[in-house]
Design a protein around this ligand. Structure first.
Ligand code: GMT
Length: 385
């Protein structure tokens, strides 16, 4: 089999975990000498400035008036066909099943016997939420099942793919944990809270800084993050940085105003570079009601931060309760999160030990090289069989 592969990645260009993983994978494979093609509506943020490393195929949809919705899934399928025909791709790796698994399946049918192998990584809500909506579940399951390979980032999502999406047990689903660039996301030496002071009003008073990073969708329950912070702040004065943007931001801001916490909570918006901010914070707070993995929690762990989160989905596969952070039951929301955060922050030795353990685990279990090796082996196995 040839050494250099021609790989096409299909992903969303908007901010989000699946786009981050697809982009890092694309760049990593390009650095290994493979020819990498990215098929998306917009170039994912991580790939901006890396135009020479990958070949970008922009998906554009028509807004013909008869159509009630732009036919995105068909446009992606057409773009895959075009990229395969023009560049003889050996393999297409779609990220997020809805609708990319279906687009890949369709492209494979159009291309016929000479079609390359096509695989899909399921990421989370494409299995647990939108992917099992009755309006699309059967076609989503069919497409995922029909492709040449399926991966998921956690044991939790593998199980959900079989039980919720009803992918037959006979279809092998490989767990390839998400990964993080541990050189990029690394602890600060030394940590300087004052680097975060520009986002807060008032004096630079060295209060502990809790941080949350997400796309502010309802599944992230960002108002719970604020409620937990409010409870914590009653006994242990602290500050909260909210990084990211999305549909729940306005409601979250309202909660902050209602709790009269505007001087303690700062909305940073979407940052091009979150690593430099993460590493100067003290603790990462996550309140998602479900999370197939929790890439943002892994990035925080790699930056040396303990993580406090609900024990849901694949989060326990990322955060080791009592060792790299604390996990609390999801049915006793904000007070339990607050108690866990306080237990860590009031004990500097515990905070330090957990931060170090979090970093160590990120390096040992979620490094890029091992993940790239696993994907490369999967690609070659798929192509060979
Ligand atoms: O934002 C995305 O790109 C997809 C999103 C989702 O809602 O499915 O995130 C999922 O994929 C990430 C990367 O694999 C995981 O780290 C997230 O845990 C997962 N989100 C959920 O399961 C809610």
């Amino acid at each position: 089999m040839k050494d250099t592969l021609r790989i096409g990645y299909v992903c969303f260009g908007s901010y989000g975990g699946s786009g981050v993983i697809a982009s890092e994978l694309a760049l990593g494979m390009a650095r290994r000498g493979h020819h990498v093609h990215v098929i998306a509506s917009t170039l994912p943020p991580r790939l901006l400035g890396e135009a020479q490393a990958v070949f970008f195929h922009q998906v554009s949809t028509t807004d013909y008036p008869v159509l009630e919705q732009a036919p995105y899934a068909l446009a992606v399928a057409s773009k895959i066909v075009e990229a395969v025909n023009d560049h003889s791709l050996d393999l297409v790796h779609a990220h997020y099943a809805v609708p990319h698994a279906t687009s890949a399946f369709l492209a494979q049918q159009v291309l016929g016997p000479t079609a390359p192998r096509m695989i899909c990584t399921l990421h989370g809500t494409d299995v647990t939420q939108v992917g099992v909506d009755p309006s699309i579940q059967s076609i989503n399951r069919f497409s995922v099942t029909a492709l040449d390979g399926v991966t998921v980032p956690s044991e939790f999502l593998r199980s959900a793919a079989h039980t919720d999406l009803a992918v037959p047990e006979t279809v092998p689903i490989q767990v390839v944990p998400n990964f993080v660039d541990t050189d990029h996301f690394r602890p600060a030496e030394p940590r300087e809270r004052s680097r975060l002071a520009r986002w807060f009003e008032g004096p630079d008073d060295d209060l502990p800084v809790l941080i949350h990073v997400s796309n502010f969708r309802s599944v992230k329950r960002v108002p719970d993050v604020v409620a937990a912070f409010a409870r914590l702040n009653e006994t242990l004065p602290a500050r909260l940085l909210l990084v990211g943007d999305g549909p729940e931001r306005a409601r979250t801001a309202q909660r902050v105003r209602n709790l009269d916490l505007a001087r303690k909570v700062s909305f940073v918006g979407t940052l091009g570079e979150v690593a430099e901010v993460l590493r100067h914070a003290d603790l990462f707070l996550l309140a998602s009601e479900t999370e197939s993995f929790g890439l943002a929690a892994l990035e925080a762990a790699a930056s040396g931060l303990p993580v406090v989160a609900y024990r849901v989905g694949g989060v326990p596969e990322v955060v080791v309760d009592g060792e790299t952070g604390l996990l609390v039951p999801p049915l006793d929301p904000p007070p339990a999160l607050a108690r866990a955060a306080q237990a860590i922050l009031q004990d500097p030795e515990r905070q330090r030990a957990m931060g170090e353990a979090a970093r160590r685990r990120a390096v040992e279990h979620f490094g890029m090289t091992a993940a790239l090796d696993r994907y490369e082996a999967l690609y070659r196995r798929c192509m060979g069989g």
